[in-house]
Design a binder for this molecule. Sequence first.
Ligand code: GDP
Ligand code: ZN
Length: 341
Amino acid sequence: MARGRVVKLDRGYPLVKVEGLDPFRCEHATALVKGRRIRSVIGDFVDVELPCGHDNGIIRSIEARRSQFVRRDPAERTSSQVLAANFERVVVVEPAVDLNVKRLERELVLAHEAGVQVSVLLTKADLVSSARELEAVERLARDLAGSSVEVRSMSTAHPETVDAVRAWFPEGTLGVLLGKSGVGKSSLVNLLVGQQVMETGAVREGDGKGRHTTVSRAIVSIPGAGDVVDMPGVRGLGLWDADNGIEAAFPDVAAFSSECRFRDCKHEAEPGCAVLAAVQRGDLASVRVESYRALKDELDQMRRRREEARQMRGEKASDQRDSRKGAFRARSRYNRGSARR
Ligand code: GDP
Ligand code: ZN
């Protein structure tokens, strides 16, 4: 047995790296996955039985996750999906041209929910018409993200702009890139590594496979720095348990909400609402409160659906009680890692 890390996921078995050995494919031990939906994700630390001959290794257990990235399962709305584990930073990547405020807000919520350091990278700065314009976009991103989040911009046209970004990936840590396809994440990784380790948009389009077929996810080591993993295909960033993420991503709203008369104030029309008062005084932008409420509403709706689904299962599946309990135990052990920190 050895301790390894899942460094690549694609359509095949997870690729596991054990210190001193070449990465090898691993199956999950039957006892680990039987009757549950536990699967290792990228970044997981696992105990593996080493492969002999041409066999695959076997994952015997998955260590509790120090941090994890969870979204609502796009295929099954009432369950969640872990996309990456055990990382120290999330870098939200947005283009400096046509910055999408709503998407940035949502990405910041998801990033903060992981409970790690968060930064924002504005890519394609060369496409912004002037230095003043770029400053304005950076300021907008800083205002949205709050003071705990570092905001930088870069462009592949000026490779030296990546140097400052390197500091976000210190040796011995894993950073996760979060941003929609086409924003320049692969280009960033190539610059960090100093060679073409990832196919970029132009290449992917040219090879005839199309860019949306990229399903593999791999941890890449940056020479002299830490590791980084891009999350391609992070479409439909549905919120899961994101209360902490919302509070952290809206520090401006949160600063006032602690003064509301009611602890569960929704900042809609309640008396003694400090958030609405701040908007009235002009101390808080109303669009920020609207975004905050929309995300909270989404969370409430998702919770209701989850509760309904749970009750449906409870009514219909009384004969499967044991397997459900098993599933719950499994969830609380592996999917709630961040909640226990
Ligand atoms: P990904 O899907 O997020 O990995 O994005 P890619 O790195 O594949 O980039 C998508 C497209 O944007 C490619 O055609 C890149 O050449 C282009 N691109 C990436 N970064 C920059 C940049 O800084 N400036 C410009 N002008 N184009 C960029
Ligand atoms: Zn309020």
